[in-house]
Design a protein around this ligand. Structure first.
Ligand code: NAP
Ligand code: MG
Length: 401
């Protein structure tokens, strides 16, 4: 009998839905339980239990993350009208990720897992590029108006103490469109802190870009707040770690990213991050290889896969058909959380295990053993396409060595 690694503080474990819920159990059973005396505080965020608890379980899981510091989350269904019917829900519950993000005031960092037989479309990218996306405001909380004919659009701010400030947006002579949006110093500061902290913990440079030359107040405020937070709270630590923070215009950032070899964090405003993370994910290969971690400004971490519950595969599974679902991003959610727990609690064997499991997973793909999604992309002479469970067993074989 091998001796299992002991944990001191439990991980917050958030279970989820559909195909990823099945993978979740299998990862624990095949890759973790044989090696670790796993300690978790378990929260079932599967849609049925969210409905049964009136979504209280999501709130409890977020509170537990604030208390214990590190969580690992399975993909979950965000209900829409069709899901309300399918699961006979009491109401259309909000996105669990949205609820957790709001409670932790967190920023999401997404980075691809690289393997040497899947080449990024941008040939000089050799290291992962991590996108940090601001998760509050801008066009995601905007007010829009369709102008039907001639008239004057104005921007009015009424201070609580009275008085008013009014600017003309445009004197319309015919039909057009208007939009109003906002952001908050408080939210931008949290975003900045999460970015600086994450750069320090992952030992990567931080880039930040906006369009401040055109948006001289709105975008410029983002630039100024980042600079302020950097100088007041992080500059010394960055220098000591030999890391760099720099701000550049988004046009310049795009050009530099394309020419770079990767290996840095690119912080983006909400819309820029939405678009750029899809671009970076696609250029690196597959959604099934994207990791995601939510980091709060206080330094709480919640690890998950970037993809959803892979519904189409789940329905096939329910019909008894074979599936070939890629579990890499979910495995890396577990290793990310176990490594962070190990670092915080000073358990080196837990940190080492996380590294070993990641290496075994990457090795499996690099030796040509992969799920269907990757087989289409990989440049390997001999490929063995395996099913969902076989892939985990192949990783286990290599981990054992
Ligand atoms: P999805 O689950 O990411 O899957 C979209 C498609 O991408 C799949 O049908 C599959 O393509 C491919 N794919 C994604 N992950 C894969 C993997 N690990 N292995 C192999 N192929 C993979 O997105 P969705 O179908 O739009 O959403 C399904 C549910 O997930 C929704 O209820 C949504 O609310 C939820 N969701 C949750 C999260 C989250 O919890 N973080 C994020 C996004 C979506 P093929 O079918 O062509 O093989
Ligand atoms: Mg998008």
């Amino acid at each position: 009998m091998r001796e299992k690694i002991q944990m001191t503080t439990p991980l917050v474990e958030m279970d989820g839905d559909e195909m990823t819920r099945i993978i979740w159990q299998k990862i624990k059973e095949i890759l973790i339980a044989p090696y670790i005396e796993l300690k978790t505080e378990y929260y079932d965020l599967g849609l049925e239990n969210r409905d049964a608890t009136n979504d209280q379980v999501t709130v409890d899981a977020a509170l537990a993350t604030k208390r214990l510091g590190v969580a690992v989350k399975c993909a979950t269904i965000t209900p829409n009208a069709q899901r309300v019917e399918e699961y006979n829900l009491k109401q259309m519950w909000k996105s669990p990720n949205g609820t957790i993000r709001a409670m932790l005031d967190g920023t999401v960092f997404r980075a691809p897992i690289l393997v040497n037989n899947i080449k990024p479309l941008v040939k000089n990218w050799q290291k992962p590029i991590t996108i940090a996306r601001h998760a509050y405001g801008d066009i995601y909380k905007d007010v829009e108006y369709r102008v039907e004919g001639a008239g004057k659009a104005e921007l009015i701010f009424t201070p609580e103490q009275g008085g008013a400030n009014c600017q003309v947006i445009h004197e319309f002579e015919g039909p057009g469109v208007v939009l109003g949006m906002h952001n908050l110093d408080r939210s931008i500061k949290s975003f900045a802190r999460a970015c600086f902290r994450y750069a320090l913990t992952t030992k990567q440079d931080l880039w930040f870009s906006t369009k401040d030359t055109i948006s001289k107040i709105y975008d410029h405020t983002f630039k100024d707040i980042f600079q302020e937070v950097y100088e007041e709270e992080f500059a010394a630590e960055f220098e000591a770690a030999g890391l760099e923070y720099f701000y550049t215009l988004i046009d310049d950032a795009v050009a530099r990213v394309m020419r770079s070899e990767g290996g840095f964090i690119w912080a983006c405003k909400n819309y820029d991050g939405d678009v750029m993370s899809d671009m970076v994910a696609t250029a690196f290969g597959s959604l099934a290889m994207m990791t995601s971690v939510l980091v709060s400004p206080e330094g709480h971490f919640e690890y998950e896969a970037a993809h959803g519950t892979v519904t189409r595969h789940y329905y096939r599974h329910l019909k008894g058909e074979e599936t070939s679902t890629n579990s890499m991003a979910t495995i890396f959610a577990w290793t990310g959380a176990l490594r962070k727990r190990g670092e915080l609690d000073g358990i080196q064997s837990l940190v080492d295990f996380a590294g070993a499991l990641e290496r075994a997973s990457i090795q499996t793909i690099q030796e040509g053993v992969m799920t269907k999604d990757l087989a289409l992309l990989a440049e390997t002479d001999s490929k063995t396409v395996v099913n969902t469970v076989e892939f985990l067993e192949e990783i286990a074989k290599r981990l054992e060595q």
